[in-house]
Design a protein around this ligand. Structure first.
Ligand SMILES: *[C@@H]1O[C@H](CO)[C@@H](O)[C@H](O)[C@H]1NC(C)=O
Ligand SMILES: *[C@@H]1O[C@H](CO)[C@@H](O)[C@H](O)[C@H]1NC(C)=O
Ligand SMILES: *[C@@H]1O[C@H](CO)[C@@H](O)[C@H](O)[C@H]1NC(C)=O
Ligand SMILES: *[C@@H]1O[C@H](CO)[C@@H](O)[C@H](O)[C@H]1NC(C)=O
Length: 194
C-alpha cells in the first residue's frame, strides 16, 4: 500500500521535472540555432586571385608572344570561421571576353580555423588566344584588359571534429589591367555553399 502523501509528492516531483525539461528544451531550441547562425555556420571565405607582375607587361610586346608565363597568387582567408576547410584538387579558369586563356591547377590543401593560405601557382597566359579575339585591339585602345578568374573548391568543413559537412567555396574575381597606368586591380566575390 502506498501512502496517499507519497503519491502526491511524486506527482509534484514529476511536474517540476517535466517543467525543467521543457524549459531546458526551449533554451536549447534558442541557443543552438543562435550559436549556429552567429558562430558555427560556415561563413563565406575571402578568396583573392592576383596575377603577379602582369602590370610590368607591355601589351605591344604581347603581340610577339603565343604564351606568357604568369604566376597567380591565391589567398584564401578563413578568419571568420571556427571550422577548418579541406579541399580537393581543383582548377581555376581565367577568361578573357568569354575565352579561357589560362588554367590554374590548385592542389588539395587544408586551412585551419581562422587560418589563411597564400599560394602562388605558375600558369601560362595564352596570349595568342587573347589577340585572336576581335575586341583585343579595342580593349588595348581603350586602355584596359579585363580578365575574370573563377574557382570552385570542393571539400569539407570540420567543426571541432564533431561535425563534418561537405562544402564548396566559389570565387569569381574581376581582374582589370590598366595598360597606361600599369596597374592591376583584382576584385573578388566568394561564397560558400553547404
Ligand atoms: C614564378 O615564380 C617562380 C618561383 O617563385 C619564379 O621562379 C618565376 O620566375 C616566376 N615567374 C614569373 C613569370 O614571374
Ligand atoms: C592532386 O594533385 C596532385 C598534384 O597534381 C597529385 O599528386 C595528387 O595525387 C592529386 N590528388 C588526387 C586525390 O587526385
Ligand atoms: C602572398 O604571397 C605573395 C608572394 O608569394 C605576396 O606577394 C603576397 O603579398 C602574399 N599575400 C598575403 C596576403 O600574404
Ligand atoms: C574593365 O574594368 C574596368 C574596372 O572595373 C572598367 O572601368 C572598364 O570599363 C572595363 N573595360 C571593359 C572593356 O569592360
Amino acid at each position: 500500500m502506498t501512502k496517499p502523501g507519497t503519491a502526491i509528492n511524486s506527482r509534484k516531483g514529476l511536474k517540476i521535472c517535466g517543467g525543467i525539461t521543457v524549459i531546458f528544451l526551449i533554451v536549447l531550441a534558442i541557443v543552438i540555432p543562435t550559436l549556429w547562425f552567429t558562430t558555427l555556420k560556415p561563413k563565406d571565405p575571402e578568396i583573392t586571385v592576383y596575377p603577379q607582375g602582369l602590370e610590368n607587361i607591355n601589351p605591344f610586346s604581347m603581340l610577339s608572344m603565343r604564351n606568357m608565363p604568369l604566376n597567380m597568387t591565391i589567398t584564401i582567408n578563413n578568419h571568420r570561421n571556427v571550422g577548418s576547410f579541406k579541399f580537393k584538387n581543383s582548377t581555376a579558369y581565367v577568361t578573357y571576353r568569354g575565352d579561357v586563356v589560362a588554367e590554374v591547377p590548385i592542389r588539395q590543401n587544408f586551412i585551419l580555423a581562422h587560418g589563411k593560405l597564400n599560394i602562388t601557382i605558375s600558369t601560362v597566359l595564352m596570349v595568342s588566344k587573347m589577340i585572336r579575339n576581335r575586341l583585343f585591339f579595342n580593349d588595348v585602345g581603350a586602355g584596359s584588359l579585363n580578365l575574370t578568374a573563377t574557382a570552385a573548391l570542393h571539400g569539407k568543413v570540420n567543426l571541432f571534429n564533431l561535425l563534418k559537412m561537405r562544402a564548396t567555396a566559389f570565387s569569381t574575381c574581376d581582374i582589370s589591367f590598366s595598360i597606361f597606368r600599369r596597374q592591376v586591380k583584382s576584385i573578388c566575390k566568394s561564397k560558400i555553399k553547404l
